[in-house]
Design a protein around this ligand. Structure first.
Ligand SMILES: [Zn+2]
Length: 477
């Protein structure tokens, strides 16, 4: 009897051991990649359990965007004209402190709030005010250079149409709701996108962040017309020219730094990192967190690297060649996810540049570990707010250019107009609401407010009316 019991226990132990060994030794499926981060086809590198330290490069890695000389930021003229202070007449009632003279020949061209502008009433009883530059005696409307300039349609209608697009409605749907021609809606979107891209360039610069999370999001572009191409063909086409939305964000302020469209290639990774560098302050080297896409490593090195001369090992012979190494301040960690049969089976954290202690030094005060959760959450927001990404809809916005326009709209709307629930700040005193509801306890906060770029929640109307000056102003917006 005793021997039977012992025998069963022995068999049980043997089975458990066998299971454990199988779990450990089972060769992993070669197609185990995350659905959001498929690796490009190619030879798989040999697995190392101990990552070897980065040995450096013998040539400086290039960055296409740097070499092709992306347009440098416009600089203000060296000497500003003297500020104008009105000495005669009554106090000015109309605030012109956000306006500037649009005439390039004028000495006051582009200087915002320099006191050279006078309000001149509403010509022909129109909705917009006329302004006069007293330096060059030119008149212009306060909407000059914005989407709303010279539009016959009511302003409220245009703002609401753009708001609908920003909230993720398709172009045709928006056109039906407001009974406007779809081509008119498309035209407004194109104009708004151009203006908002300039707005983003104007406000997003010299940003200081401690972390940047990068990710790529697969976009299902409707590259097919309804009914003319089968679903199988559509998928084949998508496979031939996959579209990816590249996202770079600061997980602390939730600020969207860069939103771009392109393939999942090294060139595109370089372009995105280049744009991130343009947005950040020159001396700001944040902790970069990405998925396992290996091209990020090559993309980060041109901007965050330097030549290192390693010491001689022998007294004779040529000195060792200098090597291009990451800056000591550069911290970069990856979150490598393994998915098997659509199930997440393993998450590995890999510190690529810097030490785990240095990375944890940044993350630990926030109670965080190495993660890319925040940028993955933003991907969901983008899917909800950008019609062309979220659904296989047949919008008028086909192809890359259309997606770019919708993303330009979403970029500003998300950063400046949408209060983020996790950023809200408690009010020192609850404020009563207009209705019979309970008092407000919180002050809404947008990512741009959290990043210190602005002090209030912008309305879309305010954004669309903002005249982007030709160069960065001495004080922020
Ligand atoms: Zn002027």
């Amino acid at each position: 009897m005793v021997s039977h019991l012992f025998f069963y226990q022995l068999v049980l132990v043997a089975l458990v051991w066998l299971c454990l060994m199988l779990q450990w030794a089972w060769p992993s499926d070669p197609a185990t990649v995350c659905p959001t981060t498929p690796e490009p086809p190619g030879p798989r590198p040999k697995r190392h359990h101990e990552p070897t330290p980065f040995a450096g490069l013998t040539t400086k890695p290039h960055c296409d965007a740097c070499e092709h000389g992306s347009a440098p930021r416009p600089q203000p003229p060296s000497a500003p004209p003297p500020r104008m202070v009105p000495t005669r007449g009554r106090r000015r009632q109309v605030d012109t402190s956000r306006q500037f003279c649009p005439h390039p020949d004028c000495a006051y061209w582009g200087w915002v709030g320099w006191g050279n502008l006078r309000a001149n009433g509403h010509p022909n009883g129109g909705p917009w005010r006329q302004l006069l530059c007293v330096a060059c005696r030119h008149y212009f409307l306060e909407t000059l250079g914005t989407l709303l300039h010279g539009k016959r349609m009511p302003t409220e209608l245009i703002v609401r149409v753009i708001a609908c697009l920003a909230e993720g409605m398709g172009i045709r749907g928006t056109a039906r709701v407001f009974e406007v021609d779809p081509n008119t809606v498309l035209q407004w979107l194109v104009e708004a996108a151009e203006q908002l891209q300039a707005f983003s360039r104007h406000v997003l610069h010299d940003v200081r962040v401690r972390q940047v999370q990068l990710d790529e999001l697969f976009a299902l572009l409707s590259a097919v017309k309804d009914g003319t191409v089968s679903a199988a063909e559509a998928i084949a086409r998508l496979e031939r020219s996959p579209q990816w939305v590249w996202v770079a964000m600061d997980p602390e302020s939730k600020l969207l730094l860069v939103l771009d469209v392109g393939d999942r290639t090294l060139g595109m990774a370089q372009r995105v990192v280049h744009q991130v560098v343009q947005v950040l302050a020159p001396d700001c080297a944040p902790l970069f967190l990405t998925d396992g896409f290996r091209e990020y490593l090559t993309a980060l090195l041109p901007h965050y690297g330097h030549w290192v001369q390693s010491p001689r090992r022998q007294a004779q012979g040529p000195a060792p060649k200098p090597r291009w190494m990451p800056l000591p301040s550069l911290l970069y960690a990856q979150v490598v996810k393994t998915v098997r049969r659509r199930r997440l089976v393993d998450v590995k954290h890999r510190v690529v540049f810097g030490s785990l202690e240095a990375v944890n030094h940044i993350l630990a005060p926030l109670g965080w570990h190495i993660n890319t959760a925040f940028v993955e959450r933003i991907n969901l927001t983008i899917r909800q707010h950008v019609a062309a990404v979220g659904r296989r809809v047949s919008t008028l916005c086909k192809g890359e250019e259309g997606l770019r326009q919708q993303l330009a709209l979403h970029h500003v709307y998300y950063n400046f107009c949408l209060p983020h629930a996790s950023l809200r700040q408690p009010l020192s005193q609850p404020e009563p609401t207009k209705g019979s509801g309970s008092a407000t306890q919180w002050r809404p906060c947008t990512p741009a407010m959290a990043a210190g770029l602005t002090d209030h929640v912008w309305t879309l109307r305010e954004v669309l009316l903002f005249r982007v000056p030709p160069w960065p102003q001495p004080v922020g917006v």
